[in-house]
Design a protein around this ligand. Structure first.
Ligand code: UGA
Length: 439
């Protein structure tokens, strides 16, 4: 099939490449001409495992191209995906849909023939009819344009896997057995054939699928982090507890790693967006739990700052603090709402010299947090440090020998914010170890 993808960020660039991998002929469209040039050279403008190779393969084979022209995109196919960003509004009260409606308007103006517009952007429930009305109003093809809703559940660093072999495929339509449904079923035929459960539903359910999935994942993380708070005053071990709970198949261990909590460009924003929308709809009471989920998450960051102050005898001013990790999670260079950087920033505000290292995210961190200091590797960052904080659980950090580090620090003290360091080995090597939710 021929198809386009409007908006080539994490979601769009990955989806475009994966659709080419499935054999489709794909045109990616983004109004950022620099991004288009990078993508056409077979590279991603961000780090995502396996994506550069896939982009190179398909830009070379000719199955994948990128453009900055809406007219070219509209003329290329009759199936168009839209995955532009829907950031948080500046007032923090819900989503900013400016990019989405602007993309819809500009694409619509060029749609002369019947087409299916499939939205993948994360939106507040109730957006689909607004998109349909705009399209019917503006497109020369008018009511011959159909709208489908196809929420995306991909995780950064597993984006290709999650696109080609998702846990489920959700397709929302205005009417049963529509032309849009036939077109999307054909597009995803290989994904469905591989055994992906497919749920065909209405627009509102499809829109809510994304909001409620992220809300549940955030709740699961905050649940175990709330239990960690109880562990901290009882001497219990939240890591063991998570294992015990996880053995119950009804609960499950996934997304229940206790620690510094969630960050990134999705979970925190979607949580607040869901609460804001529920408020507009008059059902805020139904999602009141989500406010507590966010509060628990914020408390984990404060707890690390508090522990750091205590370890440094109540005064961090003038102390040198080394931080392992800047990315919001391992295997990405994404630092949006990074818990690690939030803690680093707070300690700097309190007067500490904070030196951060990260295997991938240093360039991004330097741009947004120029006031922090940086070191290229996890060994030199510890040089002359009064305290080490482990805040993003890169696997390589667990393999560093604590014995070789101890002599470099002014004082061998570590706070493990992610609970993945071998506390016994570190203690044996002479370190004082504090870990969230663990004895
Ligand atoms: C999240 C969801 O997992 C995806 O399903 C969704 O599609 C995506 O948001 C989105 O809305 O686009 P992502 O932000 O890439 O994906 O990352 P996750 O792997 O879910 O991690 C989010 C945050 O939670 C990270 O800061 C991570 O360190 C933290 N986390 C995750 C925990 O603290 N504990 C866990 O058990 C799991």
């Amino acid at each position: 099939m021929k198809l386009t993808f409007v908006g080539c960020g994490y979601l769009g660039a990955t989806h475009a490449a994966c659709m080419a991998e499935l054999g489709h002929e794909v045109l990616g469209m983004d109004s950022d001409t620099d991004k288009v040039a990078i993508l056409n050279s077979g590279k991603a403008p961000f780090r995502e495992r396996g994506l550069d190779e896939m982009l190179t393969r398909h830009t070379s084979s000719g199955r994948l191209k990128f453009t900055a022209s809406y007219a070219e995109a509209a003329a290329f196919a009759d199936l168009h995906f839209i995955g532009v960003g829907t950031p948080e509004r500046a007032d923090g009260d819900g989503y900013d849909l400016t990019h989405l409606f602007s993309a819809v308007r500009r694409l619509a103006a060029c749609l002369k023939n019947p087409a299916v517009i499939t939205v993948k952007s994360t939106v507040p429930v109730g957006t689909a009819p607004r998109v349909r009305d705009l399209l019917h109003q503006i497109a020369p093809a008018g009511r011959a344009i159909e709208v489908a809703w196809n929420p995306e559940f991909l995780r950064e660093s597993f984006a290709i896997e999650d696109t080609l072999r998702p846990d489920r495929l959700v397709l929302g339509f205005e009417a049963e057995h529509s032309w849009a449904e036939a077109v999307l079923r054909r597009c995803y035929e290989a994904v469905v054939r591989a055994g992906t459960p497919t749920v065909v539903t209405d627009w509102a359910t499809a829109e809510l699928a994304k909001a409620s999935a992220n809300a549940f994942l955030a709740t699961k993380i905050s649940f175990i982090n709330a239990i960690a708070e109880v562990c901290e005053v009882t001497g219990a071990d939240v890591g063991k507890l998570a294992d015990i709970l996880g053995h119950d198949a009804r609960i499950g261990r996934r997304s229940m790693r206790p620690g510094l909590g969630f960050g990134g460009g999705c979970l925190p924003k979607d949580l607040r967006g869901f609460v804001a929308r529920a408020g507009e709809l008059g059902v805020e009471q139904a999602v009141v739990i989500l406010r507590e989920v966010e509060a628990i998450n914020n408390r984990r960051r404060e707890r690390v700052v508090d522990l750091a102050c205590r370890e440094l005898d109540g005064n961090v001013a003038g102390k040198r603090i080394a931080v392992w990790g800047a990315a919001f999670k391992p295997e990405t260079d994404d630092i949006r709402d990074s818990p690690a950087l939030a803690v680093a920033e707070r300690l700097r505000e309190l007067g500490a010299t904070v030196v951060v290292t990260d295997p991938q995210a240093l360039d991004n961190a330097r741009k947004t947090h120029p006031e922090l200091d940086y070191a290229d590797d996890p060994v030199t960052v510890v040089e002359d440090a009064d305290l080490l904080l482990h805040l993003t659980e890169w696997p390589q950090y667990s393999h560093i020998d604590p014995r070789s580090l101890a002599a470099r620090a002014v004082a061998p003290r570590v706070i493990d914010g992610r609970g993945t360091l071998d506390a016994g080995a570190w203690r044996q090597a002479g370190w004082t170890v504090r870990a969230l939710g663990r004895p």
